[in-house]
Design a binder for this molecule. Sequence first.
Ligand SMILES: [Cu+2]
Length: 322
Amino acid sequence: MNFDIPLFPESASSLASQVDNIYFFALGVSVVFSVLIAGTIFFFASRYKRRRVDEMGTPEQTNMMLELTWSVIPLLIMLFMFAWGTKVYLESYRVPRDADQYYVVGKRWMWKFQHPEGNREINTFHVPKGRPIELIITSEDVIHSLFIPAFRMKRDAVPGRYNTAWFEATKTGTYDIFCAEYCGTEHSLMVGKVIVMEPYEYDDWLQGNKPEQSLASSGAELFEAKACHTCHRLDSNARAPILANIAGKPRLLQNGKTVDATDTYLRESIMNPKAKIVAGYQPIMPTFQGQLTEEQLLELISYIKNLGADQAQTPADPAAEG
Ligand SMILES: [Cu+2]
Protein backbone atom coordinates (compact mmCIF):
# COMPACT_ATOMS: atom_id res chain seq x y z
CA MET A 1 0.00 0.00 0.00
CA ASN A 2 1.15 3.48 -0.69
CA PHE A 3 1.02 5.84 2.25
CA ASP A 4 2.98 8.52 0.47
CA ILE A 5 0.44 11.29 0.95
CA PRO A 6 2.32 14.57 0.83
CA LEU A 7 1.21 17.13 3.40
CA PHE A 8 2.34 19.98 1.23
CA PRO A 9 2.89 20.23 -2.54
CA GLU A 10 6.36 20.75 -3.92
CA SER A 11 7.45 24.29 -4.78
CA ALA A 12 8.42 24.51 -8.42
CA SER A 13 7.61 28.02 -9.61
CA SER A 14 8.89 31.53 -9.04
CA LEU A 15 5.69 32.42 -7.16
CA ALA A 16 5.43 29.29 -5.02
CA SER A 17 7.60 30.42 -2.12
CA GLN A 18 5.94 33.84 -1.99
CA VAL A 19 2.50 32.24 -1.77
CA ASP A 20 3.77 29.83 0.88
CA ASN A 21 5.25 32.64 2.97
CA ILE A 22 1.90 34.39 3.13
CA TYR A 23 0.19 31.11 3.92
CA PHE A 24 2.52 30.28 6.79
CA PHE A 25 2.41 33.81 8.13
CA ALA A 26 -1.41 33.76 8.18
CA LEU A 27 -1.35 30.30 9.73
CA GLY A 28 1.14 31.46 12.38
CA VAL A 29 -0.95 34.53 13.25
CA SER A 30 -4.05 32.33 13.56
CA VAL A 31 -2.29 29.84 15.82
CA VAL A 32 -0.79 32.55 18.06
CA PHE A 33 -4.11 34.33 18.52
CA SER A 34 -6.11 31.11 18.97
CA VAL A 35 -3.74 29.96 21.70
CA LEU A 36 -3.66 33.44 23.27
CA ILE A 37 -7.45 33.79 23.36
CA ALA A 38 -8.19 30.22 24.45
CA GLY A 39 -5.41 30.40 27.07
CA THR A 40 -6.73 33.69 28.44
CA ILE A 41 -10.25 32.27 28.69
CA PHE A 42 -9.00 29.30 30.74
CA PHE A 43 -6.72 31.46 32.88
CA PHE A 44 -9.42 34.01 33.70
CA ALA A 45 -12.03 31.34 34.24
CA SER A 46 -9.95 29.62 36.89
CA ARG A 47 -8.52 32.78 38.43
CA TYR A 48 -11.75 34.74 38.74
CA LYS A 49 -14.24 31.97 39.35
CA ARG A 50 -16.71 32.34 42.19
CA ARG A 51 -15.24 30.60 45.23
CA ARG A 52 -18.02 31.07 47.80
CA VAL A 53 -21.77 31.03 47.27
CA ASP A 54 -22.19 34.53 48.63
CA GLU A 55 -19.22 36.06 46.78
CA MET A 56 -20.07 39.28 44.92
CA GLY A 57 -18.30 40.49 41.76
CA THR A 58 -16.68 43.93 41.64
CA PRO A 59 -18.20 46.44 39.17
CA GLU A 60 -16.66 46.42 35.69
CA GLN A 61 -14.08 49.05 34.84
CA THR A 62 -13.17 50.02 31.30
CA ASN A 63 -9.60 50.68 30.40
CA MET A 64 -9.34 52.81 27.28
CA MET A 65 -5.66 52.10 26.67
CA LEU A 66 -6.17 48.37 26.93
CA GLU A 67 -9.09 48.39 24.50
CA LEU A 68 -7.20 50.54 22.02
CA THR A 69 -4.17 48.27 22.20
CA TRP A 70 -6.06 45.09 21.46
CA SER A 71 -7.90 46.75 18.60
CA VAL A 72 -5.01 48.55 16.96
CA ILE A 73 -2.44 45.75 17.06
CA PRO A 74 -4.66 43.20 15.25
CA LEU A 75 -5.69 45.92 12.80
CA LEU A 76 -2.07 46.60 11.91
CA ILE A 77 -1.39 42.88 11.48
CA MET A 78 -4.44 42.55 9.19
CA LEU A 79 -3.45 45.58 7.13
CA PHE A 80 0.03 44.17 6.73
CA MET A 81 -1.38 40.85 5.49
CA PHE A 82 -3.72 42.70 3.14
CA ALA A 83 -0.89 44.73 1.59
CA TRP A 84 1.39 41.72 1.29
CA GLY A 85 -1.36 39.52 -0.18
CA THR A 86 -2.30 42.22 -2.69
CA LYS A 87 1.29 42.54 -3.86
CA VAL A 88 1.66 38.82 -4.54
CA TYR A 89 -1.85 38.58 -6.02
CA LEU A 90 -1.11 41.33 -8.51
CA GLU A 91 2.18 39.70 -9.40
CA SER A 92 0.41 36.41 -10.06
CA TYR A 93 -2.01 38.14 -12.44
CA ARG A 94 0.44 40.43 -14.25
CA VAL A 95 1.85 38.36 -17.10
CA PRO A 96 5.50 39.26 -17.86
CA ARG A 97 5.93 40.96 -21.24
CA ASP A 98 8.35 38.39 -22.58
CA ALA A 99 6.14 35.38 -21.78
CA ASP A 100 5.44 32.82 -24.54
CA GLN A 101 1.77 32.13 -25.17
CA TYR A 102 0.41 28.62 -24.76
CA TYR A 103 -3.25 27.68 -25.13
CA VAL A 104 -5.20 25.39 -22.82
CA VAL A 105 -8.62 23.95 -23.59
CA GLY A 106 -10.56 22.07 -20.94
CA LYS A 107 -13.04 19.45 -22.07
CA ARG A 108 -14.95 16.75 -20.22
CA TRP A 109 -12.68 15.10 -19.17
CA MET A 110 -9.27 16.11 -20.42
CA TRP A 111 -6.84 18.99 -20.74
CA LYS A 112 -5.59 19.95 -24.19
CA PHE A 113 -2.45 22.02 -24.59
CA GLN A 114 -1.16 23.85 -27.65
CA HIS A 115 2.39 25.12 -27.93
CA PRO A 116 3.12 28.26 -29.95
CA GLU A 117 5.21 26.10 -32.30
CA GLY A 118 2.08 24.06 -33.06
CA ASN A 119 2.71 20.99 -30.87
CA ARG A 120 -0.42 19.58 -29.31
CA GLU A 121 -0.68 17.49 -26.18
CA ILE A 122 -3.46 15.96 -24.11
CA ASN A 123 -3.11 15.64 -20.32
CA THR A 124 0.67 16.01 -20.61
CA PHE A 125 2.30 19.39 -20.84
CA HIS A 126 6.00 19.83 -21.57
CA VAL A 127 7.45 23.19 -20.57
CA PRO A 128 10.92 24.69 -20.31
CA LYS A 129 12.39 25.68 -16.97
CA GLY A 130 13.19 29.33 -16.30
CA ARG A 131 11.04 30.87 -19.04
CA PRO A 132 7.85 32.78 -18.25
CA ILE A 133 4.89 30.94 -19.75
CA GLU A 134 1.52 32.52 -20.36
CA LEU A 135 -1.50 30.25 -20.46
CA ILE A 136 -4.60 31.31 -22.34
CA ILE A 137 -7.30 29.10 -20.92
CA THR A 138 -10.77 28.27 -22.18
CA SER A 139 -13.27 25.43 -22.15
CA GLU A 140 -15.15 23.53 -24.81
CA ASP A 141 -18.13 22.64 -22.63
CA VAL A 142 -18.62 23.44 -18.93
CA ILE A 143 -16.53 25.41 -16.45
CA HIS A 144 -13.32 23.66 -15.43
CA SER A 145 -10.40 24.98 -13.44
CA LEU A 146 -6.76 24.38 -14.26
CA PHE A 147 -4.89 23.71 -11.04
CA ILE A 148 -1.15 23.06 -10.79
CA PRO A 149 -0.40 22.90 -7.06
CA ALA A 150 3.39 22.81 -7.44
CA PHE A 151 3.19 26.19 -9.21
CA ARG A 152 0.55 27.52 -6.76
CA MET A 153 -1.47 28.34 -9.86
CA LYS A 154 -5.21 27.90 -10.43
CA ARG A 155 -7.41 29.50 -13.06
CA ASP A 156 -10.94 28.80 -14.26
CA ALA A 157 -11.53 27.54 -17.79
CA VAL A 158 -14.77 29.22 -18.84
CA PRO A 159 -16.56 28.46 -22.13
CA GLY A 160 -16.69 31.47 -24.46
CA ARG A 161 -13.91 33.42 -22.87
CA TYR A 162 -10.18 33.38 -22.38
CA ASN A 163 -8.61 33.60 -18.95
CA THR A 164 -4.89 34.12 -18.66
CA ALA A 165 -2.47 32.82 -16.09
CA TRP A 166 1.29 32.52 -16.04
CA PHE A 167 4.11 30.73 -14.29
CA GLU A 168 7.84 30.33 -14.48
CA ALA A 169 8.97 26.85 -13.47
CA THR A 170 12.08 26.81 -11.31
CA LYS A 171 12.69 23.07 -10.95
CA THR A 172 12.73 20.26 -13.49
CA GLY A 173 10.43 17.36 -12.74
CA THR A 174 6.92 16.07 -13.19
CA TYR A 175 4.05 17.75 -11.38
CA ASP A 176 0.31 17.15 -11.06
CA ILE A 177 -2.41 18.95 -12.97
CA PHE A 178 -5.94 18.78 -11.57
CA CYS A 179 -9.34 20.09 -12.51
CA ALA A 180 -10.51 22.12 -9.52
CA GLU A 181 -14.11 22.70 -10.58
CA TYR A 182 -16.61 19.87 -10.32
CA CYS A 183 -17.54 19.16 -13.93
CA GLY A 184 -19.35 15.83 -14.00
CA THR A 185 -18.95 12.15 -13.33
CA GLU A 186 -15.32 11.84 -14.38
CA HIS A 187 -14.17 15.11 -12.86
CA SER A 188 -11.73 13.30 -10.57
CA LEU A 189 -10.10 11.66 -13.61
CA MET A 190 -9.50 15.01 -15.31
CA VAL A 191 -5.87 15.05 -14.31
CA GLY A 192 -2.54 15.40 -16.05
CA LYS A 193 1.17 16.04 -15.65
CA VAL A 194 3.36 19.04 -16.33
CA ILE A 195 6.85 17.99 -17.32
CA VAL A 196 9.39 20.72 -16.64
CA MET A 197 12.55 20.29 -18.71
CA GLU A 198 15.84 22.14 -19.08
CA PRO A 199 15.42 24.63 -21.96
CA TYR A 200 17.78 22.70 -24.28
CA GLU A 201 15.89 19.45 -23.55
CA TYR A 202 12.63 21.21 -24.25
CA ASP A 203 13.94 22.51 -27.57
CA ASP A 204 15.00 18.95 -28.42
CA TRP A 205 11.57 17.69 -27.48
CA LEU A 206 9.94 20.31 -29.70
CA GLN A 207 12.17 19.28 -32.61
CA GLY A 208 11.54 15.58 -31.99
CA ASN A 209 7.78 16.10 -32.02
CA LYS A 210 7.76 18.65 -34.76
CA PRO A 211 4.22 19.39 -35.89
CA GLU A 212 3.46 20.09 -39.52
CA GLN A 213 3.03 23.76 -38.83
CA SER A 214 2.80 26.40 -36.16
CA LEU A 215 -0.46 27.52 -34.60
CA ALA A 216 -0.41 30.74 -36.61
CA SER A 217 0.17 29.03 -39.95
CA SER A 218 -2.67 26.57 -39.28
CA GLY A 219 -4.69 29.70 -38.64
CA ALA A 220 -3.57 31.20 -41.96
CA GLU A 221 -4.84 28.11 -43.79
CA LEU A 222 -8.14 28.24 -41.97
CA PHE A 223 -8.43 31.90 -42.80
CA GLU A 224 -8.54 30.92 -46.47
CA ALA A 225 -10.50 27.69 -46.01
CA LYS A 226 -13.29 29.55 -44.22
CA ALA A 227 -13.16 32.36 -46.79
CA CYS A 228 -12.33 35.03 -44.22
CA HIS A 229 -9.80 36.41 -46.70
CA THR A 230 -12.50 37.25 -49.24
CA CYS A 231 -13.66 40.11 -47.02
CA HIS A 232 -10.61 40.73 -44.82
CA ARG A 233 -8.10 41.45 -47.55
CA LEU A 234 -4.75 42.92 -46.67
CA ASP A 235 -4.67 45.23 -49.66
CA SER A 236 -8.03 46.94 -49.36
CA ASN A 237 -10.30 47.87 -46.50
CA ALA A 238 -13.38 48.21 -48.58
CA ARG A 239 -15.65 45.54 -47.12
CA ALA A 240 -14.02 44.54 -43.85
CA PRO A 241 -11.32 45.90 -41.54
CA ILE A 242 -7.72 44.88 -42.07
CA LEU A 243 -6.92 42.56 -39.19
CA ALA A 244 -3.18 43.20 -39.07
CA ASN A 245 -2.04 44.89 -35.92
CA ILE A 246 -5.41 45.13 -34.19
CA ALA A 247 -4.78 42.57 -31.43
CA GLY A 248 -4.53 44.21 -28.03
CA LYS A 249 -5.36 47.63 -29.49
CA PRO A 250 -8.43 49.73 -28.75
CA ARG A 251 -11.18 49.36 -31.40
CA LEU A 252 -13.69 52.10 -32.08
CA LEU A 253 -17.20 50.67 -32.46
CA GLN A 254 -20.22 51.91 -34.37
CA ASN A 255 -21.99 52.84 -31.12
CA GLY A 256 -19.14 55.22 -30.25
CA LYS A 257 -17.67 53.01 -27.56
CA THR A 258 -14.12 51.75 -27.57
CA VAL A 259 -13.10 48.21 -26.60
CA ASP A 260 -9.70 46.58 -26.43
CA ALA A 261 -9.16 43.79 -28.94
CA THR A 262 -8.43 41.12 -26.36
CA ASP A 263 -8.48 37.43 -27.27
CA THR A 264 -12.03 37.29 -25.93
CA TYR A 265 -13.03 40.21 -28.21
CA LEU A 266 -11.49 38.48 -31.25
CA ARG A 267 -13.33 35.27 -30.39
CA GLU A 268 -16.62 37.12 -30.05
CA SER A 269 -16.01 38.96 -33.34
CA ILE A 270 -15.86 35.57 -35.08
CA MET A 271 -18.59 33.69 -33.21
CA ASN A 272 -21.02 36.55 -32.72
CA PRO A 273 -19.99 39.33 -35.14
CA LYS A 274 -23.15 41.37 -34.59
CA ALA A 275 -22.39 41.86 -30.89
CA LYS A 276 -19.81 44.58 -31.59
CA ILE A 277 -19.69 46.29 -34.96
CA VAL A 278 -16.51 48.12 -35.90
CA ALA A 279 -17.10 51.78 -36.71
CA GLY A 280 -17.31 52.48 -40.44
CA TYR A 281 -18.37 48.95 -41.50
CA GLN A 282 -21.63 47.19 -42.25
CA PRO A 283 -22.70 44.18 -40.14
CA ILE A 284 -22.29 41.78 -43.07
CA MET A 285 -19.99 39.27 -41.42
CA PRO A 286 -21.71 35.87 -40.98
CA THR A 287 -21.45 34.07 -37.67
CA PHE A 288 -19.09 31.11 -37.48
CA GLN A 289 -20.89 29.63 -34.49
CA GLY A 290 -20.86 25.85 -34.76
CA GLN A 291 -18.44 25.89 -37.70
CA LEU A 292 -15.19 26.18 -35.78
CA THR A 293 -13.85 24.12 -32.88
CA GLU A 294 -12.23 25.83 -29.90
CA GLU A 295 -8.84 24.75 -31.25
CA GLN A 296 -9.54 26.23 -34.67
CA LEU A 297 -10.59 29.47 -33.02
CA LEU A 298 -7.30 29.54 -31.15
CA GLU A 299 -5.44 29.02 -34.43
CA LEU A 300 -7.31 31.89 -36.07
CA ILE A 301 -6.68 34.15 -33.09
CA SER A 302 -3.02 33.21 -33.05
CA TYR A 303 -2.87 34.02 -36.79
CA ILE A 304 -4.54 37.40 -36.27
CA LYS A 305 -2.17 38.22 -33.41
CA ASN A 306 0.84 37.28 -35.53
CA LEU A 307 -0.39 39.50 -38.33
CA GLY A 308 0.15 42.32 -35.89
CA ALA A 309 3.58 41.19 -34.79
CA ASP A 310 4.84 41.04 -38.39
CA GLN A 311 3.82 44.53 -39.24
CA ALA A 312 4.74 46.44 -36.13
CA GLN A 313 7.93 46.41 -34.14
CA THR A 314 6.29 47.14 -30.81
CA PRO A 315 4.42 44.26 -29.20
CA ALA A 316 0.82 44.76 -28.22
CA ASP A 317 0.41 46.21 -24.75
CA PRO A 318 -0.05 43.21 -22.42
CA ALA A 319 -1.97 45.36 -19.97
CA ALA A 320 -4.73 45.46 -22.55
CA GLU A 321 -5.16 41.70 -22.54
CA GLY A 322 -7.81 40.59 -20.08
CU1 LIG B 1 -13.14 19.62 -15.21
